[in-house]
Design a protein around this ligand. Sequence first.
Ligand SMILES: Cc1cc2nc3c(=O)[nH]c(=O)nc-3n(C[C@H](O)[C@H](O)[C@H](O)COP(=O)(O)OP(=O)(O)OC[C@H]3O[C@@H](n4cnc5c(N)ncnc54)[C@H](O)[C@@H]3O)c2cc1C
Length: 480
Amino acid sequence: MSAISGKDYINRIDQLQTEIWLDGQRIEGKISEHPAFKGIIQTKASLYDLQKNPQFQDEMTYDSPESANPIGLSYLQPRTKEDILKRRKMMEIWARHTHGLLGRSPDYMNSALMAFASSRGFLKDKKHCFPENIEALYKRARENDLSFTHTFVNPQVNRSQYYFENSKEPIAAKMVGQNEKGIIIKGARLLATQGGLTDEVLVFSNGGVTDEEHAFAFSIPSDTPGVKFICRESFVNGESLFNYPLSSRYEEMDTMVVFDHVLVPWDRIFYYNNVDAAIEFVPQSSFQSFAYHQVITRQVVKTGFILGIAELLVDTINVSGYQHIQEKLSEIIIGLETMKALLEKSEEEAKIDEWGIMRPSIIPLQVASNIYPRIYPRFVEIIQLIGASGMVSLPSEKDFASTIKEDLGLYLQAANRDAEDRVKIFRLAWDLTMSPFGTRQTQYERYFFGDPIRLSSYLYHSYPKEKYMKQVVEFLNLNP
Ligand SMILES: Cc1cc2nc3c(=O)[nH]c(=O)nc-3n(C[C@H](O)[C@H](O)[C@H](O)COP(=O)(O)OP(=O)(O)OC[C@H]3O[C@@H](n4cnc5c(N)ncnc54)[C@H](O)[C@@H]3O)c2cc1C
């Protein structure tokens, strides 16, 4: 096999018998033809097509170490800084194609799996750990260009510090048995973006696990019996690119994942009944470095797109002369340049890890990922503040095809654009910041990698602060 095309992806997803529920009904028939999923599946397919496009093929693929066929570069295990830069270039191409609006372009999870497989040595010779299964999955995924979603977090039932689940029926997915074929999982996981739209679902325990029944990690096909993906309301409002330029293409869907006595075969398990592995493997592995490297690359592209939209709004209604507008645009520029600089620093300071993999430096990436959940909502606010009433004066494509077209042409024209172009620009700004799709984008950037409060606490604890404290101690001539 080799890197797949969009058509290969669609055929594979359509053939799966995945159990997906939307608005009280189980989805029947081809998922790629369902109105809630058509747009995102087409968009994902167009990303896979770039791997086959002669213009991009060299930057999107590399030769398989097994078959020598061209395979997706997001699976490349980097050994040099040059490899890291190749990976970034590939991720930029995919991010530009979707303006950074697709949280789960395939490179996100492919990079995660590559990182877990690269660090599998951590699990060697540990109780109930099967690093060989991670390696086998990585190779199968790499050679067949499999797609993944993931679900790491337990349902949001009770987040108090002293809560221990004691309900009769498991709520958070847990191991309820085992037999000669594998382990049996019952319960749910909070969220999987693009759940049901991928070949497989990767399940890891989150860091706070305290008991063996919740300490497991595995990957299974999305249509494994007993697995259900329960969708939130769809944010696809319609197919018109004029009316819904973003949600019609990039609405990814988020799902709750339910496991109803799901049998996970032994050869699919990475570890089970091992609390230490559940707590340590994810942070010790290169997962964070490579996942963040992909995330920050995407966020840089997205910020450039936001700057473009903001400047187009300013230009359309001719408000660039005002100092507060210039200041607001500068805020976006500062955000963009800060994120770019941190990304480059992480590459510049990349080092070979204990398993021979060139890892981007984690601190600049952690800093960037602590900054973005704070500045993204401000970018949204800036666009709303510049757009003002234009953000709600949004006639539809049909209005422009009706007899009121003349009124619209006269009263909605802009300083240097006709009414139709002006509305197109404002509809884009609205879909990015005010539509259900846009509001979800804000919540995504705040939370998708974890609670920003706990991420900054992690940065505080892992940052080497001692040398700075020592300077002050020496300056004051204190006892060390
Ligand atoms: C759009 C979207 C897509 C997502 N996609 C995925 C996905 O594909 N896969 C996946 O696994 N996850 C996904 N997530 C889930 C994401 O990982 C979680 O939202 C994140 O980890 C925060 O957890 P929570 O939502 O349960 O919030 P909670 O942990 O319930 O937090 C709620 C509030 O309580 C506070 N709080 C709770 N506990 C503590 C504590 N111990 N200390 C301090 N404050 C605390 C938080 O700061 C926050 O203000 C997604 C989330 C969103 C919003």
